[in-house]
Design a protein. Structure first.
Length: 186
């Protein structure tokens, strides 16, 4: 048991050692955050004396922090626009933007690789509830479902978010339910 715990501990530190650490916060850079307000100014430099280059009017809009300086965070959006935002205007809440290479929508499933329960339009801002290696459970308005991670801007490729210890049992339940539903002919 001790050997297993030692292995898990070493494994978790190996992922963290590859990341750059922010000077001001000690948190990983780059990292994703969201906006607290419907009215956020992005500036050319890290001070209110710098001109505004972008104005975001969508609360919970996801951004990526790429640098820290005092109370200011240099951010980048999914269109690669860069600027500085005061730390009081950002939140650690995880959100994302739906992207699609082929269509104007992406499919939403009841579990990873499960039955399709809906479609979500490209460009929509979603809440990220949890992520596995290739799939994320998302929320949009009052609806929840799983979306392939490659269709979300705001989550790193191999990032795992809020995965519970019971996730394997949830996966088995949904895979069994999907298998039963697929084998029943109406």
């Amino acid at each position: 048991m001790r050997l297993f715990l030692l292995f898990i501990l070493c494994y978790s530190f190996s992922f963290q050692s590859n990341a750059e650490i922010g000077i001001e916060t000690g948190l990983e850079i780059p990292r994703y955050i969201s906006l607290k307000s419907n009215d956020t100014n992005v500036r050319v430099g890290p001070s209110i004396n710098y001109p505004i280059t972008i104005k975001f009017i969508v609360k919970n809009y996801p951004l990526m922090i790429i640098e820290e300086y005092g109370d200011w965070r240099k951010v980048e959006d999914f269109n690669n626009k860069v600027g500085w935002v005061h730390k009081s205007l950002i939140s650690g809440k995880r959100t994302g933007i739906i992207l699609s290479q082929k269509d104007d929508f992406v499919e939403v499933s009841n579990t990873n690789n499960g039955s399709i329960i809906g479609k979500l339009g490209k460009g929509n801002v979603i809440d990220v509830i949890k992520c596995k290696i290739k799939w994320c459970l998302i929320s949009f308005n009052t609806h929840k479902g799983w979306v392939n991670k490659k269709n979300i801007w705001g989550v790193k490729d191999k990032e795992i978010i809020n995965r519970s210890y019971f996730q394997i049992f949830e996966d088995i339940y949904w895979k069994s339910l999907n298998a039963i539903n697929n084998n029943i002919n109406f």
